[in-house]
Ligand binder design. Structure first.
Ligand SMILES: [Zn+2]
Ligand SMILES: [Zn+2]
Ligand SMILES: [Zn+2]
Length: 499
Protein backbone atom coordinates (compact mmCIF):
# COMPACT_ATOMS: atom_id res chain seq x y z
CA UNK A 1 0.00 0.00 0.00
CA UNK A 2 1.51 3.36 -0.95
CA UNK A 3 1.25 6.64 1.00
CA UNK A 4 -1.88 7.92 -0.75
CA UNK A 5 -3.60 4.57 -0.42
CA UNK A 6 -2.94 4.49 3.31
CA UNK A 7 -4.51 7.96 3.67
CA UNK A 8 -7.60 6.60 1.98
CA UNK A 9 -7.54 3.54 4.14
CA UNK A 10 -7.73 5.77 7.20
CA UNK A 11 -10.46 7.92 5.68
CA UNK A 12 -12.60 4.84 5.29
CA UNK A 13 -12.48 4.48 9.06
CA UNK A 14 -15.82 4.87 10.83
CA UNK A 15 -14.99 8.38 12.02
CA UNK A 16 -15.20 9.67 8.45
CA UNK A 17 -18.42 7.96 7.49
CA UNK A 18 -20.13 11.36 7.62
CA UNK A 19 -18.68 12.21 4.22
CA UNK A 20 -20.97 9.58 2.75
CA UNK A 21 -23.83 11.97 3.38
CA UNK A 22 -22.34 14.58 1.04
CA UNK A 23 -24.39 13.37 -1.91
CA UNK A 24 -27.57 13.81 0.12
CA UNK A 25 -26.45 17.39 0.79
CA UNK A 26 -26.10 18.03 -2.94
CA UNK A 27 -29.62 16.75 -3.44
CA UNK A 28 -30.89 18.98 -0.64
CA UNK A 29 -29.55 22.22 -2.12
CA UNK A 30 -30.28 21.49 -5.75
CA UNK A 31 -32.74 23.69 -7.64
CA UNK A 32 -34.14 21.76 -10.55
CA UNK A 33 -33.82 23.05 -14.11
CA UNK A 34 -37.59 22.78 -14.40
CA UNK A 35 -37.93 25.40 -11.65
CA UNK A 36 -35.22 27.62 -13.12
CA UNK A 37 -36.81 27.57 -16.54
CA UNK A 38 -40.14 28.89 -15.27
CA UNK A 39 -38.36 32.16 -14.51
CA UNK A 40 -37.17 32.37 -18.09
CA UNK A 41 -40.45 31.67 -19.76
CA UNK A 42 -42.01 35.13 -19.44
CA UNK A 43 -39.10 36.85 -21.14
CA UNK A 44 -40.39 36.28 -24.67
CA UNK A 45 -37.09 36.94 -26.43
CA UNK A 46 -38.43 35.53 -29.67
CA UNK A 47 -41.30 37.98 -30.05
CA UNK A 48 -38.87 40.84 -29.45
CA UNK A 49 -36.73 39.57 -32.32
CA UNK A 50 -33.93 38.51 -29.92
CA UNK A 51 -33.43 35.18 -31.62
CA UNK A 52 -30.01 34.43 -30.28
CA UNK A 53 -31.25 34.80 -26.69
CA UNK A 54 -34.40 32.84 -27.47
CA UNK A 55 -32.22 29.98 -28.70
CA UNK A 56 -30.70 29.56 -25.23
CA UNK A 57 -34.16 29.33 -23.73
CA UNK A 58 -35.43 26.83 -26.32
CA UNK A 59 -32.29 24.75 -25.80
CA UNK A 60 -32.97 24.65 -22.03
CA UNK A 61 -36.64 23.82 -22.68
CA UNK A 62 -35.50 20.96 -24.90
CA UNK A 63 -33.19 19.71 -22.16
CA UNK A 64 -35.82 19.64 -19.42
CA UNK A 65 -38.55 18.14 -21.63
CA UNK A 66 -38.88 14.38 -21.56
CA UNK A 67 -37.62 12.85 -24.79
CA UNK A 68 -40.24 12.29 -27.53
CA UNK A 69 -43.05 14.10 -25.68
CA UNK A 70 -45.21 17.03 -26.83
CA UNK A 71 -43.08 19.42 -24.74
CA UNK A 72 -39.96 18.07 -26.46
CA UNK A 73 -41.51 18.48 -29.92
CA UNK A 74 -42.69 21.99 -29.04
CA UNK A 75 -39.18 23.02 -27.98
CA UNK A 76 -37.88 21.68 -31.31
CA UNK A 77 -40.56 23.53 -33.29
CA UNK A 78 -39.78 26.79 -31.44
CA UNK A 79 -36.06 26.34 -31.88
CA UNK A 80 -36.52 25.66 -35.60
CA UNK A 81 -38.28 29.04 -35.87
CA UNK A 82 -35.44 30.85 -34.07
CA UNK A 83 -32.82 29.06 -36.20
CA UNK A 84 -34.77 29.98 -39.33
CA UNK A 85 -34.79 33.63 -38.30
CA UNK A 86 -31.03 33.46 -37.75
CA UNK A 87 -30.53 32.09 -41.28
CA UNK A 88 -29.48 28.67 -39.96
CA UNK A 89 -31.66 26.77 -42.43
CA UNK A 90 -29.84 23.42 -42.26
CA UNK A 91 -30.11 23.36 -38.47
CA UNK A 92 -33.73 24.47 -38.67
CA UNK A 93 -34.50 21.60 -41.07
CA UNK A 94 -32.91 19.09 -38.73
CA UNK A 95 -35.12 20.29 -35.83
CA UNK A 96 -38.21 20.26 -38.10
CA UNK A 97 -37.58 16.63 -39.11
CA UNK A 98 -37.24 15.57 -35.48
CA UNK A 99 -40.27 17.62 -34.41
CA UNK A 100 -42.58 16.10 -37.05
CA UNK A 101 -41.63 12.63 -35.86
CA UNK A 102 -42.19 13.10 -32.14
CA UNK A 103 -45.59 14.06 -30.83
CA UNK A 104 -46.04 17.63 -32.09
CA UNK A 105 -49.81 18.45 -32.06
CA UNK A 106 -51.32 17.65 -35.49
CA UNK A 107 -53.23 20.95 -35.48
CA UNK A 108 -49.97 22.92 -35.35
CA UNK A 109 -47.96 20.93 -37.86
CA UNK A 110 -49.07 22.94 -40.92
CA UNK A 111 -46.93 25.91 -39.87
CA UNK A 112 -43.92 23.66 -39.40
CA UNK A 113 -44.40 22.20 -42.90
CA UNK A 114 -44.46 25.71 -44.34
CA UNK A 115 -41.18 26.48 -42.60
CA UNK A 116 -39.72 23.30 -44.06
CA UNK A 117 -40.61 24.47 -47.60
CA UNK A 118 -39.10 27.90 -46.89
CA UNK A 119 -35.90 26.30 -45.56
CA UNK A 120 -35.43 24.23 -48.73
CA UNK A 121 -36.05 27.32 -50.87
CA UNK A 122 -33.50 29.31 -48.85
CA UNK A 123 -30.77 26.69 -49.24
CA UNK A 124 -31.54 26.48 -52.97
CA UNK A 125 -32.98 22.97 -53.01
CA UNK A 126 -36.10 23.52 -55.15
CA UNK A 127 -36.56 19.80 -55.71
CA UNK A 128 -36.87 19.06 -51.98
CA UNK A 129 -39.18 22.09 -51.59
CA UNK A 130 -41.53 20.63 -54.25
CA UNK A 131 -41.47 17.23 -52.52
CA UNK A 132 -42.31 18.94 -49.21
CA UNK A 133 -45.26 20.77 -50.82
CA UNK A 134 -46.66 17.38 -51.92
CA UNK A 135 -45.92 15.91 -48.50
CA UNK A 136 -47.78 18.81 -46.85
CA UNK A 137 -50.80 18.39 -49.13
CA UNK A 138 -50.99 14.68 -48.29
CA UNK A 139 -50.69 15.54 -44.58
CA UNK A 140 -53.62 18.01 -44.79
CA UNK A 141 -55.86 15.58 -46.70
CA UNK A 142 -55.19 12.72 -44.30
CA UNK A 143 -55.54 14.78 -41.14
CA UNK A 144 -58.74 14.09 -39.18
CA UNK A 145 -58.15 16.97 -36.76
CA UNK A 146 -58.96 19.51 -39.48
CA UNK A 147 -62.52 20.39 -40.57
CA UNK A 148 -63.32 20.43 -44.31
CA UNK A 149 -63.16 24.23 -44.29
CA UNK A 150 -59.79 24.21 -42.58
CA UNK A 151 -58.47 21.68 -45.08
CA UNK A 152 -59.62 23.85 -47.99
CA UNK A 153 -58.11 26.96 -46.51
CA UNK A 154 -54.75 25.23 -45.84
CA UNK A 155 -54.62 23.71 -49.34
CA UNK A 156 -55.34 27.15 -50.70
CA UNK A 157 -52.54 28.70 -48.66
CA UNK A 158 -50.18 25.97 -49.81
CA UNK A 159 -51.00 26.50 -53.49
CA UNK A 160 -50.37 30.21 -53.13
CA UNK A 161 -47.26 29.88 -51.03
CA UNK A 162 -44.71 32.53 -51.82
CA UNK A 163 -41.57 30.77 -52.99
CA UNK A 164 -38.37 32.27 -51.64
CA UNK A 165 -35.06 32.82 -53.36
CA UNK A 166 -31.94 31.08 -52.13
CA UNK A 167 -29.32 32.88 -50.02
CA UNK A 168 -25.57 32.50 -49.57
CA UNK A 169 -25.00 30.43 -46.48
CA UNK A 170 -22.34 31.04 -43.87
CA UNK A 171 -20.25 27.93 -43.40
CA UNK A 172 -20.04 26.39 -39.95
CA UNK A 173 -17.66 28.61 -37.97
CA UNK A 174 -15.43 25.76 -36.86
CA UNK A 175 -14.93 24.46 -40.37
CA UNK A 176 -12.98 27.62 -41.10
CA UNK A 177 -10.26 26.58 -38.66
CA UNK A 178 -8.39 23.54 -39.84
CA UNK A 179 -5.91 21.66 -37.70
CA UNK A 180 -2.56 22.27 -39.42
CA UNK A 181 -0.70 19.43 -41.08
CA UNK A 182 2.74 19.07 -39.52
CA UNK A 183 5.65 16.61 -39.46
CA UNK A 184 5.02 14.71 -36.26
CA UNK A 185 7.83 13.81 -33.91
CA UNK A 186 7.75 10.04 -33.27
CA UNK A 187 10.03 10.39 -30.24
CA UNK A 188 7.97 13.18 -28.70
CA UNK A 189 4.24 12.53 -29.41
CA UNK A 190 2.26 15.76 -29.66
CA UNK A 191 5.33 17.76 -30.79
CA UNK A 192 6.60 18.52 -34.30
CA UNK A 193 10.01 17.52 -35.62
CA UNK A 194 11.40 21.03 -34.88
CA UNK A 195 11.74 20.35 -31.15
CA UNK A 196 12.95 17.64 -28.80
CA UNK A 197 12.43 16.57 -25.20
CA UNK A 198 15.53 16.60 -23.05
CA UNK A 199 16.38 16.28 -19.37
CA UNK A 200 19.14 16.79 -16.84
CA UNK A 201 19.43 16.51 -13.07
CA UNK A 202 19.33 20.25 -12.50
CA UNK A 203 16.29 21.24 -14.62
CA UNK A 204 14.41 17.97 -14.91
CA UNK A 205 12.63 17.65 -18.26
CA UNK A 206 12.67 20.52 -20.73
CA UNK A 207 12.07 21.24 -24.43
CA UNK A 208 14.79 22.22 -26.89
CA UNK A 209 14.83 23.46 -30.48
CA UNK A 210 16.10 20.47 -32.55
CA UNK A 211 16.68 22.78 -35.53
CA UNK A 212 16.65 26.55 -35.98
CA UNK A 213 13.04 27.61 -35.35
CA UNK A 214 11.55 30.61 -37.13
CA UNK A 215 8.94 32.88 -35.62
CA UNK A 216 5.53 31.46 -36.60
CA UNK A 217 6.71 27.82 -36.83
CA UNK A 218 4.35 25.27 -35.33
CA UNK A 219 5.95 23.42 -32.43
CA UNK A 220 3.10 21.34 -30.99
CA UNK A 221 -0.22 20.00 -32.30
CA UNK A 222 -1.56 17.94 -29.42
CA UNK A 223 -4.98 16.49 -28.72
CA UNK A 224 -6.07 16.79 -25.09
CA UNK A 225 -5.17 13.61 -23.22
CA UNK A 226 -8.25 14.29 -21.09
CA UNK A 227 -10.54 17.29 -20.71
CA UNK A 228 -13.61 18.38 -18.79
CA UNK A 229 -15.95 21.19 -19.85
CA UNK A 230 -16.08 24.30 -17.63
CA UNK A 231 -19.28 25.42 -15.92
CA UNK A 232 -20.38 29.06 -15.78
CA UNK A 233 -21.23 30.87 -12.52
CA UNK A 234 -24.75 29.43 -12.61
CA UNK A 235 -23.33 25.91 -12.94
CA UNK A 236 -24.43 25.60 -16.55
CA UNK A 237 -22.28 24.10 -19.30
CA UNK A 238 -21.68 26.02 -22.55
CA UNK A 239 -24.96 25.93 -24.49
CA UNK A 240 -23.26 26.08 -27.89
CA UNK A 241 -20.47 23.49 -27.58
CA UNK A 242 -20.77 19.71 -27.85
CA UNK A 243 -20.05 18.14 -24.46
CA UNK A 244 -18.20 15.28 -26.18
CA UNK A 245 -16.06 16.94 -28.88
CA UNK A 246 -16.25 20.69 -28.00
CA UNK A 247 -17.28 21.59 -31.55
CA UNK A 248 -19.33 24.78 -31.74
CA UNK A 249 -22.92 24.18 -32.80
CA UNK A 250 -26.04 26.24 -32.14
CA UNK A 251 -28.54 23.41 -32.47
CA UNK A 252 -27.30 20.72 -30.13
CA UNK A 253 -29.34 17.81 -28.81
CA UNK A 254 -29.58 16.94 -25.10
CA UNK A 255 -28.68 13.83 -23.13
CA UNK A 256 -31.60 11.42 -22.95
CA UNK A 257 -31.52 11.39 -19.14
CA UNK A 258 -30.10 14.56 -17.56
CA UNK A 259 -30.89 18.09 -18.66
CA UNK A 260 -27.29 19.32 -18.60
CA UNK A 261 -25.19 17.90 -21.41
CA UNK A 262 -25.58 18.72 -25.11
CA UNK A 263 -24.25 17.02 -28.22
CA UNK A 264 -23.71 17.61 -31.97
CA UNK A 265 -25.70 14.49 -32.82
CA UNK A 266 -26.65 10.96 -31.72
CA UNK A 267 -23.14 9.70 -32.46
CA UNK A 268 -21.41 12.13 -30.05
CA UNK A 269 -24.13 11.43 -27.49
CA UNK A 270 -23.65 7.65 -27.55
CA UNK A 271 -19.83 7.84 -27.55
CA UNK A 272 -19.97 10.21 -24.59
CA UNK A 273 -22.32 7.82 -22.77
CA UNK A 274 -20.10 4.80 -23.32
CA UNK A 275 -16.85 6.52 -22.41
CA UNK A 276 -17.79 8.64 -19.39
CA UNK A 277 -21.31 9.97 -19.17
CA UNK A 278 -22.98 6.75 -17.97
CA UNK A 279 -21.41 7.41 -14.56
CA UNK A 280 -21.71 11.20 -14.68
CA UNK A 281 -25.37 11.51 -15.63
CA UNK A 282 -26.80 10.97 -12.12
CA UNK A 283 -24.34 13.52 -10.70
CA UNK A 284 -25.57 16.11 -13.20
CA UNK A 285 -29.09 15.82 -11.84
CA UNK A 286 -27.82 17.41 -8.59
CA UNK A 287 -25.06 19.69 -9.99
CA UNK A 288 -22.32 17.52 -8.47
CA UNK A 289 -19.81 18.07 -11.31
CA UNK A 290 -20.07 21.83 -11.41
CA UNK A 291 -19.39 21.98 -7.68
CA UNK A 292 -16.32 19.80 -7.28
CA UNK A 293 -13.87 21.95 -9.24
CA UNK A 294 -10.62 20.20 -10.12
CA UNK A 295 -11.99 16.78 -9.20
CA UNK A 296 -14.05 16.76 -12.43
CA UNK A 297 -11.10 16.97 -14.88
CA UNK A 298 -9.13 14.75 -12.46
CA UNK A 299 -11.74 11.99 -12.67
CA UNK A 300 -11.64 12.25 -16.49
CA UNK A 301 -7.85 11.95 -16.32
CA UNK A 302 -8.09 8.98 -13.98
CA UNK A 303 -10.54 7.23 -16.30
CA UNK A 304 -8.30 7.85 -19.31
CA UNK A 305 -5.32 6.34 -17.47
CA UNK A 306 -7.35 3.25 -16.57
CA UNK A 307 -8.58 2.81 -20.17
CA UNK A 308 -5.08 3.26 -21.55
CA UNK A 309 -3.71 0.68 -19.12
CA UNK A 310 -5.50 -2.14 -20.86
CA UNK A 311 -6.07 -0.67 -24.32
CA UNK A 312 -3.49 1.92 -25.32
CA UNK A 313 -5.22 4.60 -27.32
CA UNK A 314 -3.65 7.98 -26.64
CA UNK A 315 -0.20 8.57 -28.13
CA UNK A 316 0.63 10.92 -25.25
CA UNK A 317 -0.18 8.32 -22.55
CA UNK A 318 3.47 7.73 -21.57
CA UNK A 319 4.11 11.46 -21.17
CA UNK A 320 0.92 11.76 -19.10
CA UNK A 321 2.40 9.30 -16.61
CA UNK A 322 5.37 11.63 -16.12
CA UNK A 323 3.41 14.71 -15.08
CA UNK A 324 4.41 16.25 -11.78
CA UNK A 325 2.00 16.28 -8.83
CA UNK A 326 3.96 18.47 -6.35
CA UNK A 327 1.59 16.92 -3.84
CA UNK A 328 4.02 17.02 -0.93
CA UNK A 329 4.40 20.81 -1.30
CA UNK A 330 0.75 21.56 -1.96
CA UNK A 331 -1.13 23.54 0.65
CA UNK A 332 -4.51 22.40 -0.66
CA UNK A 333 -4.11 18.69 -0.04
CA UNK A 334 -6.92 18.64 2.51
CA UNK A 335 -9.31 20.23 0.01
CA UNK A 336 -8.18 17.75 -2.65
CA UNK A 337 -8.83 14.89 -0.21
CA UNK A 338 -12.37 16.01 0.54
CA UNK A 339 -13.19 16.44 -3.17
CA UNK A 340 -11.79 13.01 -3.91
CA UNK A 341 -13.72 11.39 -1.09
CA UNK A 342 -16.97 12.97 -2.28
CA UNK A 343 -16.39 11.42 -5.69
CA UNK A 344 -15.47 8.00 -4.34
CA UNK A 345 -18.66 7.98 -2.23
CA UNK A 346 -20.70 9.13 -5.22
CA UNK A 347 -19.35 6.38 -7.49
CA UNK A 348 -19.90 3.80 -4.77
CA UNK A 349 -23.45 4.74 -3.84
CA UNK A 350 -24.93 6.13 -7.08
CA UNK A 351 -23.30 4.25 -9.97
CA UNK A 352 -22.04 0.82 -11.05
CA UNK A 353 -18.62 2.34 -11.73
CA UNK A 354 -16.71 0.02 -9.40
CA UNK A 355 -18.36 -3.01 -10.96
CA UNK A 356 -17.12 -1.80 -14.35
CA UNK A 357 -13.68 -0.99 -12.94
CA UNK A 358 -13.44 -4.44 -11.38
CA UNK A 359 -13.29 -6.07 -14.83
CA UNK A 360 -10.77 -3.58 -16.13
CA UNK A 361 -7.94 -3.80 -13.63
CA UNK A 362 -6.12 -6.57 -11.88
CA UNK A 363 -5.79 -5.99 -8.19
CA UNK A 364 -5.02 -8.61 -5.59
CA UNK A 365 -7.70 -7.27 -3.31
CA UNK A 366 -10.69 -6.36 -5.47
CA UNK A 367 -12.52 -5.36 -2.29
CA UNK A 368 -10.21 -2.37 -1.91
CA UNK A 369 -10.99 -0.98 -5.35
CA UNK A 370 -12.33 2.25 -3.88
CA UNK A 371 -9.06 2.82 -2.01
CA UNK A 372 -7.04 2.23 -5.17
CA UNK A 373 -9.31 4.51 -7.21
CA UNK A 374 -9.39 7.21 -4.52
CA UNK A 375 -5.61 7.36 -4.27
CA UNK A 376 -5.20 7.55 -8.07
CA UNK A 377 -7.83 10.27 -8.15
CA UNK A 378 -6.06 12.28 -5.44
CA UNK A 379 -2.85 12.11 -7.44
CA UNK A 380 -4.72 13.22 -10.56
CA UNK A 381 -6.29 16.21 -8.77
CA UNK A 382 -2.77 17.34 -7.86
CA UNK A 383 -1.58 16.78 -11.45
CA UNK A 384 -4.47 18.82 -12.82
CA UNK A 385 -3.69 21.60 -10.32
CA UNK A 386 -0.19 22.10 -11.68
CA UNK A 387 -0.43 20.98 -15.32
CA UNK A 388 -3.87 21.74 -16.75
CA UNK A 389 -4.52 24.31 -19.46
CA UNK A 390 -7.72 26.27 -19.93
CA UNK A 391 -9.08 25.52 -23.39
CA UNK A 392 -10.28 28.86 -24.73
CA UNK A 393 -12.27 29.34 -27.91
CA UNK A 394 -13.01 32.49 -29.85
CA UNK A 395 -16.71 33.23 -29.83
CA UNK A 396 -17.58 34.40 -33.29
CA UNK A 397 -20.53 36.53 -34.16
CA UNK A 398 -22.06 35.35 -37.39
CA UNK A 399 -25.56 35.98 -36.19
CA UNK A 400 -26.16 39.58 -37.15
CA UNK A 401 -24.52 39.72 -40.52
CA UNK A 402 -24.84 36.52 -42.51
CA UNK A 403 -21.79 37.13 -44.65
CA UNK A 404 -19.10 37.71 -42.07
CA UNK A 405 -17.64 35.91 -39.11
CA UNK A 406 -15.99 38.19 -36.58
CA UNK A 407 -14.08 36.87 -33.56
CA UNK A 408 -15.55 38.70 -30.59
CA UNK A 409 -14.25 37.35 -27.32
CA UNK A 410 -12.20 34.50 -25.94
CA UNK A 411 -14.21 32.21 -23.69
CA UNK A 412 -13.04 29.39 -21.42
CA UNK A 413 -14.63 26.15 -22.62
CA UNK A 414 -12.86 23.31 -20.85
CA UNK A 415 -9.95 22.28 -18.65
CA UNK A 416 -7.57 20.10 -20.64
CA UNK A 417 -4.40 18.18 -20.03
CA UNK A 418 -1.66 18.33 -22.69
CA UNK A 419 1.23 16.16 -21.50
CA UNK A 420 3.65 17.11 -24.30
CA UNK A 421 2.99 20.86 -23.99
CA UNK A 422 3.35 20.50 -20.19
CA UNK A 423 6.99 19.49 -20.69
CA UNK A 424 7.95 23.12 -21.43
CA UNK A 425 9.41 25.11 -18.56
CA UNK A 426 8.13 28.54 -17.61
CA UNK A 427 9.55 31.90 -18.56
CA UNK A 428 8.05 35.28 -17.71
CA UNK A 429 8.85 36.11 -21.35
CA UNK A 430 7.85 32.97 -23.27
CA UNK A 431 8.95 32.28 -26.85
CA UNK A 432 5.69 30.52 -27.79
CA UNK A 433 1.96 31.32 -28.00
CA UNK A 434 -0.99 28.95 -28.33
CA UNK A 435 -4.56 28.60 -29.51
CA UNK A 436 -7.14 25.82 -29.58
CA UNK A 437 -9.32 24.12 -32.18
CA UNK A 438 -11.95 22.08 -30.35
CA UNK A 439 -9.78 20.07 -27.88
CA UNK A 440 -6.55 20.33 -29.90
CA UNK A 441 -3.83 22.77 -28.82
CA UNK A 442 -1.58 24.42 -31.42
CA UNK A 443 1.62 26.01 -30.13
CA UNK A 444 3.64 28.39 -32.33
CA UNK A 445 6.99 30.10 -31.86
CA UNK A 446 6.66 33.86 -31.35
CA UNK A 447 10.40 34.44 -31.71
CA UNK A 448 13.24 32.82 -33.65
CA UNK A 449 14.79 30.07 -31.49
CA UNK A 450 18.30 28.88 -32.33
CA UNK A 451 19.03 25.15 -32.50
CA UNK A 452 19.79 23.80 -29.01
CA UNK A 453 18.08 26.72 -27.19
CA UNK A 454 15.21 26.11 -24.80
CA UNK A 455 11.53 26.55 -25.73
CA UNK A 456 9.63 28.30 -22.93
CA UNK A 457 5.94 28.51 -22.17
CA UNK A 458 4.43 31.03 -19.76
CA UNK A 459 2.40 29.56 -16.89
CA UNK A 460 0.05 32.54 -16.95
CA UNK A 461 2.34 34.99 -15.10
CA UNK A 462 3.86 37.34 -17.67
CA UNK A 463 6.42 40.13 -17.09
CA UNK A 464 4.40 42.57 -19.20
CA UNK A 465 1.58 42.64 -16.63
CA UNK A 466 3.18 41.64 -13.32
CA UNK A 467 6.13 42.97 -11.32
CA UNK A 468 9.00 40.67 -10.45
CA UNK A 469 8.23 40.32 -6.75
CA UNK A 470 4.63 39.37 -7.42
CA UNK A 471 5.59 37.00 -10.26
CA UNK A 472 8.10 35.19 -8.12
CA UNK A 473 5.74 34.73 -5.21
CA UNK A 474 2.80 33.62 -7.41
CA UNK A 475 4.98 31.10 -9.25
CA UNK A 476 6.34 29.78 -5.99
CA UNK A 477 2.91 29.46 -4.44
CA UNK A 478 1.36 27.63 -7.39
CA UNK A 479 4.26 25.79 -8.99
CA UNK A 480 6.85 25.67 -6.18
CA UNK A 481 9.91 26.96 -8.05
CA UNK A 482 12.00 30.12 -8.10
CA UNK A 483 11.89 31.65 -11.58
CA UNK A 484 15.32 32.18 -13.12
CA UNK A 485 14.14 33.33 -16.55
CA UNK A 486 16.00 35.97 -18.57
CA UNK A 487 13.74 38.75 -17.24
CA UNK A 488 13.83 37.68 -13.59
CA UNK A 489 17.63 37.39 -13.78
CA UNK A 490 18.15 40.78 -15.42
CA UNK A 491 16.50 43.81 -13.69
CA UNK A 492 17.37 46.00 -16.69
CA UNK A 493 14.88 44.09 -18.84
CA UNK A 494 11.99 44.73 -16.44
CA UNK A 495 9.26 47.14 -17.54
CA UNK A 496 9.76 50.33 -15.53
CA UNK A 497 6.22 51.58 -15.25
CA UNK A 498 3.01 49.61 -15.54
CA UNK A 499 -0.23 51.21 -16.62
ZN1 LIG B 1 -26.95 12.84 -18.91
ZN1 LIG C 1 -19.83 16.46 -30.93
ZN1 LIG D 1 10.67 34.84 -14.57
Amino acid sequence: MNGLESIFWQLRDKKYKGINDTYALFQHFYISDGEKIKKWQGNGFYVKGKWRESLKYYMKALCVAENQTEAFATALANRSAALYSLGKYEHSLSDIEKCLLCGYPEKLKFKVYLRKINCYDRIGNAEKAEVTIKETEAFINQNNDYTTEEKESYINKLRNIQRLSSVNLVKNVNNNYKIPNVTRNINFPGATSLIQLSSNSEKGRYVLAEKDVKRGDILFVEKAYAFAPIFDDNLNLPHDRCYYCLIQNIALIPCLHCSSTLYCNESCRSKSWDETHQWECTGFTVNLWGTIGLAFPAYRLCLKNILNCYRLEAENYNLAQKLLTNIAKNENVLEFLVLTMVLVCYFESQTDFFKWLCDKITLEEKKELNIYFGSCLLENVAQIACNASIIEHWNCSDFNDYNSIIPEEKVPIATGLYPAVSMMNHSCKPNVAMYFINDVIIVKAVADIKQGKEVYNCYGIDYRYTRKQERQSLLYMQYHFKCLCEICENPLLEIVSYK
